[in-house]
Write a protein that binds this ligand. Structure first.
Ligand code: HEC
Length: 106
């Protein structure tokens, strides 16, 4: 009986683990680096961060080491007098993910 209890206890834990993995997978869109450069140009990121994100007046963001969550929250709501806010009506989550993926490329 001890064994069976162990198994029934594990089931909800496994279930929660799988559900959390799915939630993480769904809320972090997979970026397409080939598209990223296009959105980077179209949204004028390049005007401040440089053509490749590494040679503008703004900070270097090529190869940026922050998580996607921090990245997208900066894009949506940069706490900055200089960097504009980019709401979803201007740039979708998928497009931000593409830019992020592109910036991670060497
Ligand atoms: C008008 C200039 C300007 C534009 C346009 C701009 N940024 Fe920025 N960005 C900045 C500045 C300046 C900072 C640094 C924050 C500060 O100094 O206030 C910054 C910071 C950032 C950071 C945080 C860097 C770090 O080290 O934490 C990210 C990420 C970023 N920008 C991405 C983007 C993306 C992606 C776009 C286009 C969708 C964009 N920026 C458009 C000026 C700009």
């Amino acid at each position: 009986m001890k064994n069976r209890h162990g198994v029934t206890y594990l089931k909800p834990v496994l279930f929660l683990a799988i559900v959390s993995l799915l939630i993480v997978a769904c809320t972090t869109p997979k970026g397409n680096p080939a598209e990223g450069q296009r959105w980077f140009m179209m949204n004028n990121c390049f005007a401040c961060h440089g053509l490749n994100g590494d040679n503008g007046k703004g900070p270097v963001i090529r190869g940026i080491g922050i998580s996607f969550r921090s990245f997208i929250s900066t894009v949506r709501n940069a706490n900055s007098p200089i960097m504009p806010k980019f709401p979803e009506s201007k740039i979708t989550d998928q497009e931000v993910a593409d830019i992020y993926a592109w910036l991670q490329e060497k």
